[in-house]
Design a protein around this ligand. Structure first.
Ligand code: NAI
Ligand code: AKG
Length: 396
């Protein structure tokens, strides 16, 4: 906060979440067992508009994690100038332990617990780790049973059910738009640049596909099962097809198989962590060999590792910029739902390109002007914008 002109009183307003919701979700499994899950929704700030942010299903989800992810959403929507605040939610559950019907009931019961706190002008959830368009369809349906038909309560829905063309690929596409700008600024040719990507879920797989399409050389990829490396470049299309059919990276036969965590320290020019948080940390920060890190995941670099990498001259594009493509196209979906109108994917991609490259340009310009790293510059812009909205609305 000290590189910004944010007064202490405003600072106190910005660091605390507006509302933190924790709920108990009892669920009867198909075999008759009763399990009790914990669900969360943290609404961090709505000075600039309704709360907005994803829902994640993972065993280690807790209130602290959701709280910090919710604040990232506030800065992300501000940086990209979307008329939203920030929120995040989740359920502490291992999705592999539940079947489809059980997951549907869990999702619907979660909505029953939080429906009074969400809504198209209040708080609009979206997909994140281990949730997808189907999860969003269940949320829309359950919310509509309680409040009347209302597709705009959630984004990232299936295209056949009020979803926006382009939302599924938007986060990975945005990551690649940012990489293209970064490479231009750094005077590098994508075809001569090597990439390692951690995570081949929604974000990582689309980022890999689009980078491959641009002729970039992807030398390493990983998922929770393991990593694969080939310094000559991996056959990305073949790996993605293997994953699409339900396979994991460990089960892929080509390239050199490695333990998953080794992906992060492989020799490459650009490292794209696109999986979970805190993976680049005190344990491995000295072994990172990439010159650039593009944070496709939320919070993949701990503050200590961030300081260390900055001192070493590694250029890092922060999550609130690099992975903002998802929420940008979520915004387009929301607008289309409110207008009962739908755009073609080409339009969504073009608007995404201009929104994200414009945000990147503003960050890069400020960083250059004030001698800041890209993360600090992005936070200066985002926090400044939320602070200004807070003051303009008036505190009483
Ligand atoms: N889905 C979206 O639109 C957005 C997602 N994000 C962030 O991107 C990241 C990934 O999200 P999604 O792709 O949606 O999730 P996902 O659930 O579709 O995929 C997650 C991927 O990470 C892998 N993974 C999990 N733990 C791992 C580990 N310890 N090491 C290596 N790989 C591991 C999984 O095997 C899977 O390939 C998360 O941090 C999420 O918050 C950010 C913005 C939007
Ligand atoms: O699409 C959205 O509304 C939010 C996506 C998200 O959770 C994120 O950007 O981290």
């Amino acid at each position: 906060m000290d590189v910004m002109d944010v007064g202490q009183n405003i600072e106190a307003l910005l660091v605390t979440a507006n509302r933190s919701i924790s709920v108990k979700i009892p669920l009867e499994l198909d075999d008759g067992t009763i399990r009790v899950f914990k669900g969360y929704r943290v609404q961090h700030n709505n000075a600039r508009g309704p709360f907005k942010g994803g829902l994640r299903y993972a065993p280690d989800v807790d209130l602290d994690e959701v709280r910090s992810l919710a604040s990232l959403m506030t800065w992300k929507t501000a940086l990209t100038r979307l008329p939203y605040g920030g929120a995040k939610g989740g359920i502490a559950v291992d999705v592999k332990e539940l079947n489809r019907g059980e997951l549907e009931r869990l999702t619907r019961r979660f909505v029953n617990r939080i429906h009074d706190f969400i809504g198209p002008q209040t708080d609009i959830p979206a997909p994140d780790m281990n949730t997808n368009a189907q999860t969003m369809a269940w949320i829309m349906d359950q919310y509509s049973m309680l409040h009347g038909h209302n597709p705009a309560v959630v984004t990232g829905k299936p295209v056949d059910l009020y979803g926006a063309e382009g939302r599924e690929s938007a986060t990975g596409r945005g990551v690649v738009y940012v990489i293209e700008e970064l490479m231009k600024d750094e005077g590098r040719d994508l075809a001569e640049t090597t990439f390692c990507i951690q995570g081949l879920g929604n974000v990582g797989s689309y980022a890999a596909r689009f980078l491959d399409g641009l002729g970039a050389k992807i030398v390493g990829v990983s998922d929770v099962s393991g990593a694969v490396y080939d310094e000559a470049g991996l056959p990305v299309g073949e790996i993605l097809e293997h994953v699409r059919k339900g396979g994991d990276v460990k089960g892929y036969a080509g390239g050199d198989a490695l333990p998953g965590e080794e992906l992060l320290t492989l020799p490459c020019d650009v490292l794209v962590p696109a999986a979970v948080g805190d993976v680049i940390n005190r344990e491995n920060m000295r072994e990172i060999r990439a010159s650039y890190i593009v944070e496709a995941a939320n919070g993949p670099v701990t503050p200590e590792a961030d300081d260390h990498l900055r001192e070493r001259g590694v250029i890092l594009v922060p999550d609130i910029l690099a992975n903002a493509g998802g929420v940008v196209v979520s915004y387009f979906e929301w607008v289309q739902n409110l207008q009962n109108f739908s755009w073609k994917e080409k339009q969504a991609n073009a608007e995404l390109h201009s929104t994200i490259t414009e945000a990147y340009r503003r960050v890069r310009k400020l960083a250059k002007r004030r001698g800041l790293d890209l993360r600090t510059a992005a936070f200066v812009l985002a926090i400044g914008s939320v602070g200004k909205a807070t003051v303009l609305r008036g505190i009483y």
